[in-house]
Design a protein. Structure first.
Length: 202
């Protein structure tokens, strides 16, 4: 029986972020157990790897996002690549990533549109913003947010950093507690092509 989360996910089927949301967690684990058994067969002596089912289906457990930026009908959008493509699906809701990260992604898109920063274009190699990213540390609940750009120095840099801080400083966990925001980061990838992250982070 399909997981009822697929009925409430706005993006399932188009979004490439998950492909098994419609399968019960037991079926997913059985497939993983079989695959692990095949790969590790020379070392297991016929035994199956032991897998312990989680107490509940994983929901809102992903703790990091990396959203590419693209122009969609002339408007900057952030999201996740659609299945089998480099076209993005703008994400308004997600059943797998932490709710605070989804909220941040929506706010970051609005911020970038407000600032009017140019989007990096794969076809021409021109533009500035490649992606936004955020990571939540599960143990400490600390939050880091940032942006991926094509150059370290640009006129909107200070306003963008302050804006990222502003839209992230009141994000909360499932108990309503504010997540400690510990920093904003700038990742720089000056190379042409479709690789998002670069070698330098400030």
């Amino acid at each position: 029986m399909p997981d009822d989360a697929t009925q409430s996910c706005l993006h399932f089927g188009a979004c490439g972020g998950c492909s098994l949301l419609d399968q019960p967690i037991g079926a997913q684990l059985a497939q993983k157990q079989q695959r692990a058994a095949e790969l590790l067969a020379p070392f297991l002596g016929g035994r199956l790897p032991k897998i312990t089912p989680p107490p509940r289906p994983p929901r809102h457990d992903r703790t990091a996002i990396l959203y590419p930026a693209q122009l969609v009908k002339g408007t900057l959008q952030l999201g996740i690549y659609r299945r089998g493509s480099h076209a993005i699906e703008p994400i308004a809701d997600c059943r797998l990533q932490h709710k605070a990260l989804t909220t941040f992604g929506v706010r970051a898109g609005a911020l970038l549109r407000e600032l009017g920063v140019p989007v990096y274009r794969e076809d021409t190699g021109n533009g500035l913003v490649r992606a936004v990213r955020a990571r939540l540390m599960p143990g400490s609940r600390e939050l880091v947010v940032g942006v991926v750009v094509t150059r370290a120095q640009f006129s909107e840099r200070e306003r963008l950093a302050k804006g990222l801080w502003r839209i992230a400083e009141d994000l909360r966990d499932d108990q309503g507690k504010v997540l400690p925001l510990v920093g904003t980061v700038l990742n720089v990838n000056p190379e042409k092509g479709n690789v998002l992250l670069g070698p330098t982070t400030e």
